[in-house]
Every structure is written in structure tokens, then in C-alpha cells.
Design a protein. Structure first.
Length: 244
């Protein structure tokens, strides 16, 4: 599948509509996320290595908010335990349609079940690993801890949650610096000032970032034994939360 260039915000749009994961976003998503999220390829690739370490025989691995299946594919290509399966969930039909093509083109054997659903309603059971890569930030804040609590309850002892998010900083100067560095990253990847501004406007009140301390505290409150950062680039970070 050829990746289209992201030019969704290249022309003046007037009143910018809220960002949605529709067919136009799905069409350009690989280019969009590569050029917009610092460290994204590294987080996805290393999610596969984590699957090699944490997947246990007969367990289920979940990719919640799977988009086009990059994290699903990374896990599938590295699972070594016998009898595993992956459940990949997204609420966007357009994303899942393209995800199916990605998974079908891959020759690895671990079964993948794609589900069109709200991740807040998907049962988590007998899991060894759950991935929430850049997904929780789109969930209403009040629903975040209940979701993480269901994940913790559904993980096997010793299981892992990978939680990747855009984050904010309590210190205003650090927050402003990291926002500016992120915009600089996008400009270096070919986005114009107009594109940066219009994309930011579209994401206002749709993507709701929080501080790393909030994420750590929430994971512990949800039932995880420990939680901390394993990767960070500017205002994008990935945490690992372990179940005892």
C-alpha cells in the first residue's frame, strides 16, 4: 500500500473542524504520524521487542486504538510464545479497512482479530500485554482510570501495559519549550506554519494531554504495581506499567 503525502491542512480552511480519524486521515496516516510524532517509529519497533519479552503461552495481546496496525504488526513479528493471539481494536471503520490490508500482507502466523469498537467497552481477559499507543489522549479524562483499571484486571500477573502519549509539563517554561520543539520538528519534516497552526486548532479539545505524574499516579491507582517512562522525545513519551 503506497503511503500518500499528508496535505490535509496545507490550504486555508477557514473554521477548522475538529480532528477525526476519517477516510482522508486514514489515507495519509503513515506519513502524518511519522512527520508529526517524534520517536513514533522507535516506540512502535520497540513495542515488538517488548512483545517478545512479555508474551506468554496461550495469552492474548491487545492493541487498543490500533489505527493502521503498526503496533499490531510489530508485536506479531516478535512473539515467540506458543498459542498467542492479538486483538486489535479501533472505532474508525476507515482505519480498520486499511489495517486489514496491512495485516493480510504480513506472513507471520500469530492470529489477529480486528474489532470495530469503542476501546472502553472491549473486555480484556487473559492478557500478557496491552498497547495504548497515542490513544488514551483521545479518551475523555473521566473515563481514563476506569479503562486502565479494566486493563490491569485483565492482565496476567507479570503482564505489561505500554502507554504512549503526548504530554504536558507542570513548569510553564518547559511546557512552552517542548511545544516549540515539537513544532520545529514538524517544520523540519516539511510542514508549513499554516499546516502546523491548522492541525493544532483541529486537535484543540480533541486531544487532551496530561503530565507524566498524572499518568504514573493513575496507573498505580488503577492497580499497576509500578509505572514509569521508558522512552521520551520532547512532549511525547511512552510509559511501561507492570502488573505484580
Amino acid at each position: 500500500m503506497n503511503d500518500a503525502r499528508d496535505r490535509l491542512f496545507a490550504d486555508p480552511l477557514g473554521a477548522t473542524a475538529p480532528f477525526t480519524f476519517d477516510s482522508e486521515v486514514a489515507r495519509v496516516f503513515p506519513d502524518m504520524i511519522r512527520r508529526s510524532v517524534p520517536g513514533y517509529p522507535t516506540v512502535v519497533a520497540l513495542s515488538g521487542l517488548l512483545a517478545a519479552r512479555f508474551a506468554t503461552a496461550g495469552s492474548t495481546l491487545y492493541d487498543l486504538g490500533c489505527s493502521l496496525g503498526a503496533s499490531t504488526l510489530a508485536m506479531r513479528q516478535h512473539i515467540e510464545a506458543d498459542g498467542c493471539r492479538i486483538v486489535a481494536v479501533d472505532n474508525s471503520p476507515a482505519m480498520l479497512e486499511r489495517c486489514r490490508a496491512v495485516i493480510d500482507a504480513d506472513a507471520h502466523a500469530t492470529p489477529v482479530e480486528l474489532r470495530e469498537a469503542d476501546i472502553r467497552e472491549v473486555p480484556i481477559a487473559d492478557a500478557s500485554m496491552v498497547v495504548l499507543n497515542y490513544t488514551l489522549q483521545f479518551i475523555p479524562v473521566a473515563d481514563r482510570e476506569p479503562l486502565l483499571a479494566r486493563i490491569a484486571a485483565g492482565l496476567r500477573p507479570g503482564g505489561v501495559l505500554v502507554l504512549s502519549e503526548k504530554v504536558t509539563f507542570a513548569d510553564p517554561a518547559l511546557d512552552a519549550l517542548n511545544i516549540d520543539l515539537h513544532h520545529q520538528f514538524k517544520r523540519a519534516n516539511g510542514y508549513s506554519e499554516l499546516e502546523v497552526a491548522q492541525k493544532r486548532s483541529a486537535l484543540d479539545n480533541v486531544l487532551l494531554p496530561e503530565t507524566l505524574d498524572v499518568h504514573r499516579d493513575r496507573c498505580r491507582a488503577a492497580g499497576f504495581a509500578s509505572c514509569d517512562v521508558w522512552f521520551q522525545c520532547f512532549n511525547f513519551a511512552s510509559l511501561i506499567a507492570l502488573k505484580a
